[in-house]
Design a protein around this ligand. Structure first.
Ligand SMILES: Cc1ncc(COP(=O)(O)O)c(C=O)c1O
Length: 380
């Protein structure tokens, strides 16, 4: 397809569907034929398959990624007023569930080049009220877990990984051992929102843990706090992955490595074609400790030109997105509620310079080239 007559989009869910149509249609039809729409066998099969893929003993599906975070915190039995540390530059879900549960979000700044929680700043945020840290693996790359785990262990904190954006990324420890992002802390969470690395056709989410007791609590909380039917041991919620979504996810998980490879190859081509723009435009940094699955390809546009560049791209038919335009501590609902550890200058500055370019599983080298060439022209 020529780039001239093809509509550029941030993600191409329809194109991906067409490529997988035979498998997806059959999986959906199976569920409809059985009419086991809630807790059909596909839900358990998918959870087992994902557990195997991630090499983690427990995957517990739930309704969405925000529920997964809420259930994770509920399973940790935190008390009102307890503090939970999280990055200031992230999607709102983590701060939201902390606040909803009557806990206090404490914001820590992020690293200017990886966008992930800056482990060097973590310890200064901890007080005698701190009980947990939520680490968000942003844009496709795992945060630096090893120092975070060691600080958390020193202060007896739980570590929850919000892995909505980096499913499939692998973290390497200093001794060379590896673990999948989301399976390293006490509990990992993820979202299967349609644009996510592993995505369904509606809402979906899951929790991951290596801890048998936590897994039991998570299962119970996600199912109305029921230990057995009509025997409610704790206050829970109703959060399920429906069977249709599980069937779609089961098909898509078979293709996840190929999806990741497609995103990574688009990212590498962007890197090559945009390299000449430095230092006006900074490319995403790969760390040595994590693979990058490129949920987003996010560049930094310097000299206060981000919004102007974005507008000019739009005039040339090229979409882009700002993830995120405001840090958590500048959001109206959170301004007075959060405690900020320091002045959070990096999070604040990133909101003015980040720009995410189209990246998805259906991207052709021609599309990347068209976007990159236009961006180079605009930036220089
Ligand atoms: C980092 C992060 N956490 C949590 C969520 C929430 O997931 P969901 O939309 O499935 O509730 C998202 C979704 O955008 C996310 O990007």
């Amino acid at each position: 397809m020529s780039i001239v007559n093809c509509q550029l989009t941030m993600v191409d869910l329809h194109g991906q569907y067409l490529r997988l149509k035979t498998e997806i249609d059959a999986a959906i039809q199976n569920v409809i034929d059985s009419s086991a729409f809630i807790n059909g066998p596909q839900v358990g099969l998918f959870a087992a398959y994902l557990a195997d893929y991630l090499q983690v003993p427990h995957v517990i599906p739930c309704g969405n990624g925000t529920d997964a975070l809420q259930i994770a915190l509920m399973a940790l039995d935190l008390q009102p007023g307890d503090e939970v540390v999280l990055p200031a530059f992230t999607y709102i879900a983590a701060a939201e569930v902390v606040a909803l549960l009557g806990l206090r979000p404490v914001l820590v700044d992020v690293d200017a080049r990886t966008f992930n929680l800056d482990a060097r700043l973590l310890e200064a945020a901890i007080t005698d009220k701190t009980r947990a840290v939520i680490v968000v693996h942003l844009f496709g790359q795992a945060a630096d877990m090893e120092p975070i785990l060691s600080i958390a262990s020193k202060h007896h904190l739980y570590v929850v990984e919000d892995n909505a954006q980096s499913l499939g990324a692998t973290y390497t420890f200093a001794d060379g051992t590896t673990q999948r992002a989301g399976t390293i802390g006490h509990i990992g969470t993820t979202s299967f929102f349609p644009s996510k690395p592993l995505a369904c056709y509606g809402d979906g989410g899951a929790l991951m843990t290596r801890d048998n007791l936590l897994a039991d609590r998570i299962r119970m909380i996600a199912n109305h706090g029921q230990k057995t039917k009509y025997n409610h041991q704790s206050i829970g919620c109703n959060s399920r992955l429906d069977t249709l979504q599980a069937a779609v996810l089961d098909v898509k998980l078979r293709h996840l490595d190929e999806f990741t490879a497609a995103r990574q190859s688009a990212a590498h081509l962007y890197d090559e074609l945009l390299a000449s723009c430095a230092p006006k435009l900074l490319l995403p940094l790969r760390t040595t400790s994590s693979t990058h699955v490129f949920h987003q390809y996010t560049v930094l546009i310097k000299e206060g030109r981000r919004d102007e560049v974005r507008l000019k791209l739009r005039e040339r038919g090229i979409p882009s997105m700002v993830y995120y335009p405001l840090p958590v501590h500048r959001q109206a609902a959170y301004r007075t509620l959060v405690r900020c550890s320091g002045t959070l200058p990096v999070a604040t500055a990133l909101c003015e310079s980040v720009l995410s370019l189209p990246i998805h599983t259906e991207m052709t080298p021609e599309m990347v080239q068209y976007i990159a060439e236009n961006l180079v022209e605009i930036v220089q």
